[in-house]
Design a binder for this molecule. Structure first.
Ligand SMILES: [Zn+2]
Ligand SMILES: [Zn+2]
Length: 255
């Protein structure tokens, strides 16, 4: 087991040296990684084989504002969901490249609860791919803050880790102290909209001015969207020019 780990590390080092020499494709040919889903050798920059990537539940079509998965029948028309038409969200748009269902949920859980950062990076790369096609990128990335008690229990804030990763990949600064969660809120799942809003009211605090700034809020999964709305509302009210939401995956609204 130890020998195998040493060998894997040596192969990764060789790959990195070749990458530094601008021989990226060749490096993956000679020293393949392993697909994080099926374990087969992967000759691609992503630790995911082509078949497993094809089978991923991509979030298309989705609402252009809140990324809510929409029925396939509406695939070729630009769509805004009923909830966003009735009550436009305070953010410009939400990007969520994947559905929060198998195997994305397993990858997110391994990242979030077991600290398997390679899974987080793998999923975040789908966000990077989509963001590279955007004409304008925000000037600041802000992670959804965790209450200190939950961060202590988990050991790290998964949104902060993602914000750092995306900031590095996209060359955008990350601000970890702009927002603070000063009230511990229970998990949102299974609560009514009214209960969720009541729980989040006053849960966040903004530490400094954001006048005129274009900001992206980063989280792992958007479930109800209540947290994203609350944070975006706070930033817009404080003068932010534009707020967008980036997350790895999106769940459909509960019925
Ligand atoms: Zn695979
Ligand atoms: Zn929507």
């Amino acid at each position: 087991m130890l020998r195998r780990t040493k060998l894997t590390n040596r192969l990764k080092q060789c790959r990195l040296v070749l990458q530094k020499l601008m021989l990226r494709q060749l490096s993956y040919r000679l020293f393949p990684g392993h697909c994080l889903l099926c374990g087969s050798p992967s000759h691609r920059p992503r630790d995911l084989c082509r078949d497993c990537e094809t089978d991923l539940p991509f979030n298309r079509p989705a609402c252009l504002r809140c990324a809510l998965p929409l029925p396939a029948a509406e695939q070729n028309t630009p769509n805004i969901c009923g909830a966003c038409i009735a009550r436009p969200p305070p953010f410009e748009f939400c990007l969520a490249p994947l559905h929060y269902k198998f195997p994305v949920d397993s990858l997110v859980n391994a990242f979030k609860h077991q600290g398997k950062f390679s899974r987080g990076a793998l999923l975040a790369d789908f966000l990077v791919t989509e963001l590279q096609y955007k004409n304008t990128l925000p000037e600041l990335i802000v992670p959804v803050p965790l209450h200190w008690r939950r961060q202590f229990q988990r050991g790290f804030n998964q949104a902060a880790w993602l914000a750092n990763y995306l900031g590095r990949r996209l060359a955008i600064p990350v601000d970890h102290s702009l927002l603070r969660r000063h009230r511990h809120t229970p998990h949102q799942q299974g609560q009514t909209r009214k209960q969720r809003l009541a729980n989040l009211k006053g849960a966040f605090h903004l530490n400094r001015s954001v006048t005129g700034k274009k900001i992206a809020i980063v989280d792992d999964v958007m479930t109800t969207g209540s947290t994203a709305r609350e944070l975006a509302k706070l930033l817009v009210k404080a003068g932010a020019a534009r707020v967008e939401i980036w997350c790895l995956a999106r769940t459909p609204l509960e019925k």
